[in-house]
Every structure is written in structure tokens, then in C-alpha cells.
Design a binder for this molecule. Sequence first.
Ligand code: FES
Length: 133
Amino acid sequence: MIPQEFGWVKVAKTADMREGEGYDTCQEVAGEIVSLFLIEGVYHAVSECSHEKGPICQGHRTGFEVSCPWHSARFDISTGACLQGPVACRTDGSVCVGEMEEVDTLAPLTCYEVKVEGEDIFVRPKAHADAAK
Ligand code: FES
């Protein structure tokens, strides 16, 4: 049996996606919840935030840059690279700057390969796909 992380996992349907928006698949692949983005007709999939698992799919996005809605860390969706570490801590809906140690950078997001078959969207971690070659 092929371990899940080496195989494709169905995470969404094309009808779930809107151009330019993020989508929370609520699907765990290789231990992390997958966020999907549709940018200029191409699907991109990354893990939840590497800081405290914030929902990256709900962050503000410009091009391939997305900011985490919880503490504003910024990431490149195409590579997973952290562009800026967290800068604020939210408590009860308010933003409290300075209650959390600010760091310049974080671990990158996990990036996933994406394929579409019919109306179904599948992902698998890029690193694991490379290892399976
Ligand atoms: S959870 Fe994303 S920056 Fe803190």
C-alpha cells in the first residue's frame, strides 16, 4: 500500500474555486490542512501557516504573496517561502502588537503538486512527489 503522502489526495472540486480567491479544503494531507488558490487560471496548494497553523487561505493576497490572517506573516504561495515573520498577536478579535515575540522569518509552507481530473482537484506534497520519482 502506498502511504498517503506519496499518493494523490482529492481535496476539492473545481466548482469550489473562484479566480483569485483562497479556499480551505479542510483536508489534511501529510499532517497539514491544505489551502488552495486559483491564480490566473492555475491552482496552487500550500499548507496552513507554519507559525501557529493560521488559515492561509483566508489571508490577504497580492499576486503570489499572501499574509496570514492571524499574525500577518507573509509567504510566497508559489514557493512556500516566508517573506516576513509574524508581527502582531490577535486576542478576542483585537490586534495586540508586542504580546508575542516577533521573528524575521518562519519555516516555509509545505507546497503541494496539484492536478485536476474532470471536476476533482488532487494534491500531493511536492517534496514527497520528488522522492517518489
Ligand atoms: S498563525 Fe500565521 S502568522 Fe501566526
